[in-house]
Design a protein around this ligand. Sequence first.
Ligand code: CMP
Length: 138
Amino acid sequence: MENLTFGIIKPDAVKAGTIGSIIQRITDDGFRIRALKLIHMTLKQAEGFYAVHRERPFFPGLTEFMSSGPCVVMALEKTGAVPAWRNLMGATDPAKADEGTLRKAFGGSLGENAVHGSDSDENAAIEIAYFFSQIEIV
Ligand code: CMP
């Protein structure tokens, strides 16, 4: 699965009306969209998704935010998809993100940073399977 990664356009970016701009940037960067849908996570679903962070102090705020409105979940294909998507996203904190990255352009804060991406091939497979069934990946 090293050519696949998982991404989220988070509720802040959806609310700001930037879904279209972000998807344009993704396809301009050479990614092929293999799966995509708009969802509104329940708190329980957000807690399940971010379970690895459950002991962190930001976990309650993170899961509340991620279930506060709709977001777009995506399976993205490119050679070296995980690092390629992380490069396009930029640093987790938009204030530290490089010029030309999505978080620099669309992120507002460390918590509301416009996009999520998997940090490893293993987690990409787990995260894709959390949101998509086999028949939804084209
Ligand atoms: P994401 O890539 O979705 O993975 C976990 C998220 O937690 C991260 O992006 C941030 O938006 C969010 N977050 C909130 N506070 C912190 C923090 N102090 N350190 C790291 N991540 C944080």
